[in-house]
Design a protein around this ligand. Structure first.
Ligand code: MN
Length: 476
């Protein structure tokens, strides 16, 4: 286990635990940091990353640790330091340092955590992401044997569900410490995109641009918050191949965000490899940008995110009607879901410690009580349907994609073509456009919104200027 780095202000950690304690009303919560997963054999592991719920309250990344938040006290059950561990991984924090960094009342040996669980009235926990830790939890808490795959709120025991709801209530609205850390992650992402632009030139591979982006994150003590998308095949929504060579007429879609000290950022830009947008690329880019700007301008407390999504979709639909790709009335097109042929995903999601914050709990965080996902193609992929509140950070990321599988599908592209809502032949004119997405991270404030990633160029003139300058390095 690597030397843990304290990441969060101790007063902020204590305040989070105090608020949780109040919500728990006498129950005791146990948060599991989890363990590194083996790549191939047990000693060769993927980099360890502590579970977000644990980190939110513990602040210190410690493999195998369990944080107990009870009515009277907080105890960090951790693997005690050993000579062997020091030999292979270096010395960890001394007990006094660990106590100071976390502000917990006591440290204990995690080998005895079962005693604390047994002693607690109504012990509760949240399922870890890795199955090995979930098995450990099931044994400790007498829960059902875990199934592989995602866990939703309906899979939770009643007391665990109450804990999940309490944690969501806290993590939905970020405290000042969290906002500062997300801002810091966004600053790294600014530099990383700048380095990506500097590396973007015809003849290089996507992999080289990715290396420049992720190398910058690593150099700044951060790492990618998710698998970076750096692709001229922007229509493959979660493309994680990097073998293609950049051509002057390509658009390079870069969806890359840094994670710093456990907090994420998530930014997409679409860059013209040749330095300037071709006219048809520019026409579609302007539509996506108008959609994004309209949605950002409407972000405010009390606004329902689903309405923002539909408003953004309407701008896309209007733009595509103007370009004679979609046919008819934009409102009717959005109601029928025709825009989703080209903008098939949701407008955005919660952002925090996780790039899709708290998605380990299914839709418990993303969907307000009483709301659930639509069955309509497109809207069904919307990850967030809450009324916005100050302190929430959301992404705003509309896009346009030409996905042959969608356009040729009998129940989608063909069906809308038959209903005369889309002119698929017209698309040939836009053959230089495969995928465009523009994404920013937006903090909901008491009276509106603040775009945390506004310094990363996105206006066409600014993007082209950045390409001509060979990057952008100083935050504006
Ligand atoms: Mn995103």
């Amino acid at each position: 286990m690597a030397a843990p780095i304290p990441s969060t202000d101790v007063a902020a950690l204590a305040a989070r635990r105090e608020r949780l304690r109040t919500a728990l009303a006498g129950r005791t919560a146990f948060f599991f940091a989890g363990r590194a997963r083996p790549r191939n054999y047990p000693a060769n592991v993927y980099p360890f990353r502590a579970g977000s719920h644990y980190s939110y309250f513990a602040g210190v990344s410690l493999e195998g640790a369990v944080l107990e938040v009870g009515p009277q006290r907080t105890v960090l059950h951790r693997v005690p330091p050993s000579t062997e561990d020091a030999l292979w991984h270096g010395p960890g924090l001394e007990d006094e340092e660990l106590l100071a960094a976390t502000g917990v009342d006591a440290l204990a040996d995690v080998a005895d955590v079962h005693r604390a669980v047994e002693a607690a009235r109504e012990p509760c926990t949240l399922p870890a992401v890795d199955l090995a830790t979930r098995i450990e939890q099931a044994r400790l808490f007498g829960r059902d044997w875990p199934e592989p795959g995602p866990v939703g709120p309906d899979d939770l025991d009643e007391v665990d569900r109450a804990l999940a709801e309490a944690v969501v209530e806290l993590r939905l609205r970020h405290d000042a410490d969290a906002v500062e850390r997300i801002r810091a992650a966004c600053r790294v992402t600014h530099a990383a995109h700048g380095a990506g632009v500097a590396a973007t030139t015809p003849g290089v591979r996507e992999a080289s641009v990715r290396a420049a982006i992720e190398g910058t994150m690593l150099a700044m003590g951060a790492e990618p918050a998710y698998g970076s998308i750096v692709s001229v095949a922007g229509e493959v929504l979660h493309n994680t191949t990097y073998h293609r060579t950049l051509a002057p007429e390509d658009l390079l879609l870069v969806d890359a965000g840094a994670e710093l000290d456990g907090w994420a950022s998530d930014v997409t830009r679409t860059y013209p490899v040749g330095g300037t947008f071709l006219p048809e690329q520019r026409a579609i880019y302007d539509i996506v940008l108008a959609s994004q700007q309209a949605a950002i301008a409407a972000v405010a407390p009390g606004v329902r995110f689903r309405d923002l999504h539909l408003a953004a979709a309407r701008v896309i639909a209007q733009g595509l009607v103007d370009e004679k790709i979609l046919l008819g009335d934009p409102d009717a097109l959005v109601e029928a879901g025709a825009h989703a042929l080209f903008f098939p995903h949701g407008l955005g999601h919660l952002l925090g410690m996780d790039v899709h914050d708290m998605e380990d709990l299914g839709d418990l965080a993303g969907y307000a009580p009483g709301r659930s996902r639509s069955a309509q193609f497109g809207l069904s992929y919307l990850r967030l349907d809450r009324d916005l509140e100050p302190g929430m950070v959301v992404t705003i990321e509309p896009g346009f994609y030409v996905v042959p599988a969608i356009l040729e599908a009998p129940h989608l592209g063909r069906a809308f073509a038959e209903r005369k809502m889309v002119d698929l032949d017209r698309l040939e004119r836009f053959g230089c456009v495969r995928g465009i997405r523009i994404e920013d991270d937006v903090l909901v404030t008491s009276d509106g919104a603040e775009v945390l990633t506004a310094s990363i160029p996105k206006a066409p003139a600014d993007v082209e200027a950045a390409m001509a300058a060979g990057g952008f390095f100083q935050p504006a």
